[in-house]
Design a protein around this ligand. Structure first.
Ligand code: 2PG
Length: 345
């Protein structure tokens, strides 16, 4: 996977180890177009749901936000639960599923429900070791590769809570899967599947080999189908179409949990997460083209006062293409590993 150079330029401030991070202010203007290209460096897509309008937001200021020591500092002891954390902030962890059997075969997958490879299983387990952050709720797509990633990550998570997949597809399924012990509920993490977080639907490319498709239709054409914002693959969804449902779901179902102080993990897919990150980071239609997500690499955000602050990915420097990797977070991860015996005992 290629390293997206634009991350380095856009987010170089993160890796400078400063204790400040820039944050865009939100200034919605009521303009009836999609991602307007007045000036792509100033144009930010958010969601058009509800009012069916886009917002243009301009970077207006940088605000200083100090690192949250509660969430990021390694500790020899398990961090106290949510009752002791600041109520107006919450952690958001995004994980693209581990490698799937079709990733390994280089096939367009989209909404085809393909499980993880052994490597994907290992990536998911590894992803669960990332932090000591207590997870209150997990959202996944309805596809098994994302669900496998979520539950495998939780098996390794330091809190040792049991991920329980909620079955709300019918009243009977809901009623038959109830838990009647408050204590057991406390030791569980609800996993909420949502089709809206599924991978973009790749239309008539699903099941085709990516390399062969590039040879047949040309690299440029296939790159546009794969990474452009608004060009859909034949009979499939563009990133913009995928964002319509994924970002709307995020705003309606996930943001309220964060606003209530719940720490949330989302296990989903390359393109559904690209669309959510575009919304969180206010990326332009142009910037999102070079946004690549590695499989099984968790990305951390802090939600505070209605704003999302990127904290990068607490993984090692060996991962090319890791989004917003920072040295500081790699050190944090290393220290966690060193102290894991104490934490897990
Ligand atoms: O095949 C797919 O569904 C996706 C993710 O694996 O591929 P791409 O990276 O081309 O968007």
């Amino acid at each position: 996977m290629s390293t997206a150079m634009s991350y380095q330029s856009i987010y170089s401030f993160v890796s400078q180890q400063s204790s400040t991070i820039s944050q865009s202010s939100r200034q919605p203007l009521l303009l009836p177009t999609k991602c307007l290209k007045i000036d792509s460096s100033l144009c930010y897509y958010t969601s058009r749901r509800k009012r069916n309008l886009s917002k243009i937001e301009t970077i207006s200021s940088q605000i200083s936000v100090s690192y949250n020591t509660t969430l990021l500092s390694p500790s020899k002891n398990i961090i106290p639960d949510n009752s002791q954390k600041k109520s107006n902030e919450a952690a958001l962890i995004l994980i693209r599923h581990g490698e799937s059997l079709w990733n390994a075969k280089n096939l367009f997958t989209g909404c085809v429900d393909v499980p993880l490879t052994e490597k994907g299983v290992e990536e998911a387990i590894e992803a669960g070791k990332i932090s000591n952050i207590p997870i209150d709720v997990i959202f996944t797509s309805s596809l098994i590769r994302a669900q496998m990633t979520a539950v495998l990550a939780m098996i390794q998570h330091r809190r040792k809570k049991v991920p329980i997949i909620l079955h709300n597809e019918s009243d009977q399924a809901k009623s038959w899967s109830q838990v009647f012990s408050e204590e057991t509920k406390d030791q569980s993490v609800p996993v909420i599947p949502a089709w809206q977080l599924n991978e973009r639907m790749y239309g008539e490319l699903q099941g085709l080999n990516k390399q062969e498709t590039a040879e047949r239709y040309g690299k440029q054409q296939v790159h546009e189908w794969r990474r452009s914002y608004d060009i859909p693959p034949p009979k499939g969804e563009s990133l913009e179409m995928c964002a319509e449902r994924a970002v709307a779901y995020f705003e309606e179902n996930i943001e309220p949990k964060l606003a209530a102080g719940k720490n949330v993990m989302i296990a989903a897919h390359g393109n559904s997460l690209r669309s959510i990150i575009m919304y969180l980071d206010k990326l332009t239609c142009k910037e999102v083209i070079s946004l690549e997500l590695s499989t099984g690499i968790p990305l951390l955000y802090i939600f505070k006062d209605g704003k999302f602050m990127k904290r990068g990915s607490p993984v090692g420097p060996t991962e090319a293409g890791v989004y917003a990797y920072t040295k500081r977070l790699a050190q944090y991860r290393q220290k966690l590993d060193e102290s894991s015996e104490v934490i897990c005992s």
